[in-house]
Design a protein. Structure first.
Ligand code: AKG
Ligand code: FE2
Length: 333
């Protein structure tokens, strides 16, 4: 679906736009979710074989099952489902998932039409991409037995997300690019479930990046005094809808106060040829009028590119990404 002039105007003025009914909820999103049911089953079988859980919990639904696994093992398993790698400490044992349905969503033509409306027809799938699986915060409170609770807020993929700009989670070369973020709920996401929160218009604030984004301010994000925090807007959104936003938009997400699991993708695209901000991870051309042969259509090759990157990073070590930011900048205190 191509964006209307009105939607493009909203994106320009507010730094984000909600695109209703952009992708088919059943044939695209549900298929991805079904693939993750398989991934969860695989995880349960592996953990059971290792004696880490008492049962494979295959009588439970997705939400109950993942919560049971988190509680029994006393730790998060979100990296098992993620289609990117951590920024530090990658080893043979670091899991990841690059399944065909994930690739199918990343390359979905309706989604790429939305992206093309903003960045043009030469589209690179940026490797700064995640699944976030946010279990209800109360499962920790009720059982009070997890040693590794998701932090109240941070950059972890489990809990609420701190205030930041996506430009700040890439290396400096991403500053001059047209990277665009697309936030995709894998199920209807209410405010109570911990939806995205944004500061409309904050992408026009040129001053922010001098201060604290990723990796600075001791993980607390951009201090609220640098933007109009009282203008915060929560963005509850339904399956099939997308949120598209500017790389300078100040955003985060709320705690999951519900009893359901919040599951979303956040993926990024940039015009072909521009820096991705994490050059040690593999992106791919998702659409190109100029060079259609350069477009990747094979999900297996995509998955292989990540295995290759992982092996290289295990040998060479991960780059010192956070050196971009000055932890001790007094502005971030
Ligand atoms: O979903 C979240 O908690 C945060 C998402 C985010 O930061 C992003 O989409 O860039
Ligand atoms: Fe973000």
């Amino acid at each position: 679906m191509f964006l209307s002039d009105e939607q493009l105007k909203n994106l320009d003025q507010n730094g984000y736009v909600i695109v209703k009914n952009a992708i088919d909820p059943e044939t695209t999103v549900d298929r991805v979710f079904n693939e993750y049911e398989f991934v969860l089953d695989k995880l349960c079988n592996e953990l059971f074989a290792k004696g880490e859980i008492s049962s494979t919990h295959d009588d439970l639904n997705f939400d109950e099952r993942i919560m049971a696994v988190y509680q029994e093992t006393n730790r998060s398993h979100v990296q098992y489902f993620d289609f990117s790698l951590p920024l530090q400490e990658i080893s043979e044992d670091t899991p990841m998932w690059h399944g065909p349905e994930v690739f199918r969503l990343l390359t979905n033509p309706d989604l790429l039409d939305v992206v093309e409306s903003v960045i043009g027809p030469e589209i690179h799938s940026n490797p700064v991409q995640h699944i976030r699986i946010k279990v209800p915060t109360n499962i920790y409170d009720v059982n009070n037995n997890l040693s590794e609770k998701p932090k109240k807020a941070g950059f972890n993929l489990d809990g609420a997300t701190i205030w930041h700009q996506d430009q700040g989670v890439g290396t400096e070369d991403v500053d001059e690019t047209n990277m665009l973020t697309v936030w995709i709920p894998l199920r209807d996401t209410t405010k109570e479930m911990g939806c995205l929160k944004v500061i409309p218009g904050s992408h026009k604030n040129e001053e922010l990046l001098q201060y604290c984004t990723a990796g600075t301010n001791h993980g607390a994000g951009i201090p609220e005094r640098f933007f109009e925090a009282d203008k915060m807007v929560p963005l509850p959104i339904d399956k099939g809808d997308l949120i598209v936003f500017n790389k300078k938009l100040v955003h985060g997400s709320l705690d999951n106060e519900s009893d359901q699991v919040r599951i979303s993708f956040d993926i990024r695209y940039n015009p072909i040829g521009e820096a991705t901000g994490r050059k040690w991870f593999p992106g791919f051309n998702a659409r190109s009028k100029n060079d259609p042969d350069s477009v990747l259509t094979d999900p297996v090759k995509w998955a292989e590119s990540w295995v290759e990157a992982k092996n290289t990073l295990i040998k060479a070590g991960t780059p010192d990404f956070y050196s971009r930011w000055d932890e001790d900048n007094p502005a971030c205190a």
